[in-house]
Design a protein. Structure first.
Length: 280
């Protein structure tokens, strides 16, 4: 698997760079009993005696925050560092149910001492995933963030989770792929023919493609060994661009964002805060 020196030096979008994690309010669906004074969420399985509403809360690590609002019939959370808006609930191709927003963040590339934002990102999960996380009930956001086993459990659950990437600047497709490949490759110890085939399929989505500001990229894990890739320049996609079937590749990509050295610390921090609130 070739590693692109050009992308490493110029637009290594997905590599780890030190930056401060922003203070993102996360808007999470939350179900309550009649004695609870907070609004209801989209995770109905947490409480059977409940009525729906929404809970907004803040992460604790910086001065930045996000806001929630309604537009037409859809409800959104704004990632305030980039001003990009994320629907709180999404129906995506290949998913058995709507997915709920767990956290948002952004990716920043540092040129000299100047940080340039490349994309905003939001993690969505099948609400049923939360029922598999009872072991971590009562843990704080910092404990969750430092415990790789919880995010590993989310990945291993045979339930959908999706990463929505919103580009905040124009990027050449080859450059985006080279940076992605540079992030994935070190996480695969020995690539098998299945891995190489999956990477070739993945690469073909972006080669020769111009990715304009506002382009949406969805990486949707259906299970640990199968991931759907959707790219759209016109809102939420209705079809799948490619299916990636290699657990080495799909797990490496999940680790890029939610492993011990995430490329967007703000996203992982926000997701940890969301999990801590839900698992109280």
């Amino acid at each position: 698997m070739a590693m692109s020196m050009c992308s490493t030096q110029a637009w290594n979008i997905l590599h780890h760079f030190p930056l401060k994690s922003p203070n993102h309010p996360v808007s999470l669906p939350f179900y309550k009993t009649h004695s609870d004074f907070s609004p209801l969420s989209t995770f109905p399985h947490l409480n059977n005696n409940s009525t729906p509403t929404h809970l907004s809360f803040k992460a604790s690590s910086s001065s930045s925050s996000s806001s929630s609002f309604s537009f037409g019939s859809a409800e959104y959370t704004e990632e305030t560092a980039t001003k990009e808006k994320f629907q709180r609930s999404l129906s995506l191709p290949g998913c058995s149910t709507s997915l709920s927003l767990l956290g948002t963040g952004y990716r920043e590339k540092v040129f000299a001492i100047i940080g340039v934002k490349v994309y905003a990102a939001g993690l969505y999960v099948n609400p049923s995933i939360l029922s598999t996380l009872s072991t971590w009930k009562g843990q704080s956001a910092s404990e969750i963030q430092e415990n790789s086993a919880l995010f590993s459990s989310i990945f291993q659950a045979p339930l959908e989770k999706s990463l929505q990437i919103v580009l905040v600047r124009d990027i050449d497709g080859k450059t985006f792929w080279d940076a992605l490949d540079d992030a994935i490759s070190p996480r695969i110890k020995t690539a098998t023919p299945v891995d190489e085939s999956a990477l070739s399929t993945f690469r073909s989505i972006f080669q020769g493609r111009s990715l304009k500001k506002g382009t949406l990229i969805f990486l949707t894990w259906l299970n640990p060994s199968k991931m759907l890739v959707c790219v759209s320049s016109d809102g939420i996609p209705s079809s799948v661009d490619a299916t990636i079937e290699s657990e080495n590749v799909t797990s490496a990509l999940f680790d890029v964002f939610f492993g011990d050295a995430p490329v967007s610390p703000s996203l992982k921090n926000s997701a940890a805060n969301g999990l801590a609130t839900i698992l109280k």
